[in-house]
Each structure stands twice: as C-alpha cells, then as structure tokens.
Design a protein around this ligand. Structure first.
Ligand code: GAR
Length: 203
C-alpha cells in the first residue's frame, strides 16, 4: 500500500485529482496519509480538511535552521505512517534529509515536457512563458521521481498538449493542467500496482 504524503503550496487541483481517483476506487493500492503545505492559506490544506485528512502547515520559517525543519518534516511523515511523497504544486525545495530518507519514494508533477523547461526558477507561469518564448508547438506534463537536483529524476509518465496560436501563459497552463490531472493519478496507480506485485512476489 502506498501511504502518500502530498506536499503542496497552492490550489491543490492535482491533489484533488489524486484524491478523487482514490475515492472512486481507481487507486486501490494507494491512500492519502497527510497533506503538508508551507502556506497556511493554501487551497490544498482546505481540500484536505474538507475530506477529513490531516492538513499540516510546516514551513522552514517556523524553524531556526534547516536541520530542525527537516527533522520535524521527517517525524511528521513517520507519525502519519507515510511511506511515499507526492509533490503537487510544492514550490519549495524538499530538504535533502527528506529526499535521502525517501529515496525513490518521492514523485513530482512538472508542467512541461522534462528535461526541457525544468530546473531552478522554472515553476508556475514562468514555465509556460518560456515554452511560448521558445516557439515550441508542443508542451505537456511530466511526472518524475525526485532526487537532490531540481526536475532531474527518472520520468514515470508524460502527456503532450498542443501549443496553439494565440496562447497566453495562462491559456497554455490551463491546457497543461488538464493533462496533469490525468497523468498524476495514472502514474501513482502504476507505481502502487508495481509495488503491490512486488509485495506478492516476496510473500
Ligand atoms: C501545477 O501546474 C504544477 O505542475 C505546478 O504548479 C501547479 C500546481 O497546481 N508545479 C510546479 O510548477 C512545480 N515546479 P495545483 O496546486 O492546482 O495542483
């Protein structure tokens, strides 16, 4: 069973897509153990609360140093039994101690076709501004594993969308977001299934 901690900073529409897939029975090998946000007013925490899920505000700013922040994130994950992390619009860097403790057990969704249009500073509308400035006729969404480098780990799933004449960063973002909502639950389902198969193999 994947017991997923979802980290997010914003509206939480990707979290909502994952939660809906779970509630509809489409991800039988996955559950949400908690939602964590650096932003106390984030929509993603409201969605968690409305669904009776632990909604936790934790920010680096609440701590005197990186280490104590990382320790608290780790103990929070442990207290809720999380064995997997899904970043869903999380705009902060995950502390390296957390990446190390959850190696190959963290995924992220990025609103472009990695390895292009990723890396430091490439988040939110900036990604779509860069895609439009490049003249690309295709963009898309990527679910990938997270390691210590930004937008670097192996790809789990990608979906393309067209860039249309007259697109603005906002119109392209909306088209990409619809693709994100399809591939994030699908990617988590794929990982959960392969893990379940491996568990059966060991038993
Ligand atoms: C999504 O488009 C996600 O890909 C992007 O933020 C948005 C969050 O929306 N993430 C990044 O840019 C991370 N580099 P949501 O809160 O509605 O899921």
């Amino acid at each position: 069973m994947l017991s997923i901690a979802v980290f997010g900073s914003g509206a939480g529409s990707n979290f909502m897509a994952i939660l809906t897939a779970i509630q509809q029975g489409n991800l039988p090998a996955a559950r949400i153990s908690l939602v964590l946000s650096n932003n106390s007013g984030a929509g993603i925490l409201g969605i968690a609360r409305a669904n009776g899920l632990p909604a936790i505000h934790l920010s680096r700013k609440q701590f005197p140093d990186e280490r104590s922040f990382a320790d608290t994130v780790l103990s929070t994950l442990r207290d809720h039994g999380a064995n997997f992390i899904a970043l869903a619009g999380y705009m902060k860097q995950v502390p390296p101690e957390v990446v190390a403790a959850y190696r190959k057990r963290i995924v992220n969704i990025h609103p472009a076709l990695l390895p292009r249009f990723g890396g430091a500073g490439m988040y939110g509308l900036r990604v779509h501004e860069a895609v439009l400035a490049s003249g690309e006729t295709t963009s898309g969404a990527t679910v990938h594993y997270v390691d210590e480098e930004y937008d670097n780990g192996p790809v789990v799933l990608q979906q393309t969308v067209p860039v249309l004449p007259g697109d603005t960063p906002a119109s392209l973002a909306a088209r990409v977001l619809a693709a994100e909502h399809q591939i994030y639950p699908a990617a988590i389902g794929r990982i959960a299934q392969s893990e379940r198969a491996a568990e059966h193999h060991h038993n």
